[in-house]
Design a protein around this ligand. Structure first.
Ligand code: SF4
Length: 186
């Protein structure tokens, strides 16, 4: 087994390809979403801070309808790190109920495509589906998207290895965040 490299992207690839037990650095799709939504939320999540504030996913509008396109997609898990849905035509699909928070969902899907290419050696296209709006958006892993994903991996590494969380900054999603009371209760 080779020594863990310094660069987070190289580290993640080594850990995934070699199933390295000496390196716990993994990036899930949820972490990609949190990286865009709120870095502080990502830090809490990485420390497995769990607070029951009801179903915040429904309040936030990120709750996914598990029945959407059910007949046309197969669920797959890779390395216990990423969980993807694959359509009959081979495209990777991410289902979102509305256009709210679409950018985090897009980065998540781009990360899945990146992971499939660099870890599994499979090049795929993606589709971001909004069933309630009857709309789909094609997502490709362009060079620009790859750069964005790799920058996000490095950014996530920096945040989750920090000893303290980034400061709270008020945003629209705070009201529906599981950590709301951590950030805003006196
Ligand atoms: S309440 Fe707001 S600032 Fe605090 S973790 Fe949640 S989204 Fe981030």
């Amino acid at each position: 087994m080779t020594k863990a490299p310094q660069d987070p992207v190289a580290r993640l690839l080594r850990a995934a390809k070699e199933d390295a037990v000496d390196d716990s650095f993994r990036v899930t799709g949820v972490m990609m979403q949190y990286y865009v939504v709120c870095e502080r939320e990502l830090w809490f999540y990485s420390r497995q801070v769990e607070i029951d504030r009801g179903n915040t996913a429904i309040v936030r509008g990120t709750h996914v309808d598990e029945t959407a396109y059910r007949e046309k997609r197969r669920h797959m898990s890779i390395d216990s790190t990423i969980a993807i849905d694959v359509l009959d035509d081979g495209r990777v699909m991410e289902v979102k109920p509305s256009s709210a928070l679409v950018d985090p969902a897009k980065l998540q899907l781009q990360y899945y495509l990146w992971y499939l290419k660099h870890v599994a050696g499979v090049e795929k296209s993606g589709v971001l589906a909004h069933p309630t709006e009857r709309r789909r958006e094609a997502i490709e892993l362009t060079a620009e998207a790859e750069q964005r994903v790799e920058a996000a991996i490095r950014g996530i590494y920096e945040i989750i290895t920090s000893d303290s969380p980034p400061p709270a900054s008020e945003k629209e999603v705070c009201e529906s965040c599981a950590y709301h009371d951590f950030c805003w209760s006196c």
